[in-house]
Design a protein around this ligand. Structure first.
Ligand code: ADE
Length: 292
């Protein structure tokens, strides 16, 4: 979809931003708002091949400085290095958007230790790693804004218990940090997307989009651009007095609808443990070397 600006040009002039998971989907749309607004933007993820085209395209379209950096947010050393490299290049970090993350659908009874730990490590520990790194290396001295992308887990997250637990942790973490770091003028918030039509949907089983549509009062799915615009609002002067907050952007989906029918409670569930879904969710394939 063509980018349609709603904010004034130059909104983020002289700002330096890091967007994790910035090469695709929601992260790329957020990077685009920032680039359009004149920020210098570091887009980071584990795979350079996804980042390079996005960085080139955004730089060209918005006459902006958008640079790709590889970083596995699960690794604290990678996060420290990313922040050090961005500071070496541009002198500071004013904005962090914690968008990198992921999960796979599975019945709770069948999630293996590896899968649980991988999802918690990426979504909760990865967000913490980046957040503390930017605070220690720049924001505690000069202030800044942090926005973390979480999920619609307000009624639990049946079929994705791991990510629900991790995202709830991020929301609570942000509330604590909003208070602890207020005196450094660090504003930290979350945005909770509902079902968004983005590349991430390819990871879910067929029927997911239809089921989500059924359960959304507005009867439409969201877009990456709608999430990016709300993130940009929080990062703009309009967000100057907002901290410790989570904004739901979900068409009312968290308030209504039956996305996960609970089945017949008089019958015990039939559980088959699926094989580790490496081909479908390579992001979460944890190899033996990584474990040791
Ligand atoms: N996006 C999804 N998983 C990620 C990871 N481990 N590091 C950075 N970005 C990610």
């Amino acid at each position: 979809m063509a980018f349609e600006p709603i904010y004034k040009p130059g909104l983020f002039k002289d700002k330096v931003a890091i967007v994790t998971g910035g090469g695709t989907g929601i992260g790329c749309a957020i990077a685009e708002e920032l680039a359009y607004g004149g920020a210098k933007v570091a887009i980071a993820s584990r795979k350079m091949n996804r980042l390079i085209p996005a960085a080139k395209g955004l730089s060209r379209d918005h006459n902006a400085e958008v640079e790709p950096f590889t970083c596995n947010i699960r690794e604290r050393e990678d996060c420290d290095k990313l922040v050090d490299d961005v500071i070496a290049k541009w002198g500071q970090v004013d904005i962090l958007v914690n968008n990198g993350g992921g999960q796979f659908p599975a019945p709770a009874s069948a999630i293996r230790d590896k899968g649980w730990k991988a999802v918690i490590d990426t979504n909760l520990n990865g967000t913490w790693n980046m957040t503390q790194a930017v605070a220690q290396k720049s924001m505690l001295r000069r202030g800044g804004r942090i926005v973390s992308i979480v999920a619609d887990m307000w009624r639990g997250f049946p079929t994705m218990v791991h990510t629900g637990a991790a995202r709830a942790g991020v929301v609570n973490m942000s509330m604590s940090l909003a208070v602890e770091w207020a005196s450094s003028n660090i504003l930290i918030n979350c945005v909770a997307p509902g079902t968004i039509l983005s590349t991430g949907m390819n990871n879910y089983p067929p029927g997911t989009v239809d089921a989500a549509w059924q359960a959304i009062p507005l009867k439409r799915l969201g877009t990456s651009e709608q999430i990016a615009q709300v993130v940009a609002m929080l990062l703009s002067p309009a967000g100057d007095f907002i901290t410790g907050e989570t904004i739901k952007v979900d068409g009312g989906g968290s308030l209504w609808g039956d996305r996960w029918p609970i089945g017949n409670p008089s019958k015990p569930p039939e559980i088959t443990i699926p094989p580790w879904p490496e081909e479908r969710w390579p992001e979460f394939a944890v190899t033996d070397e990584e474990e040791s």
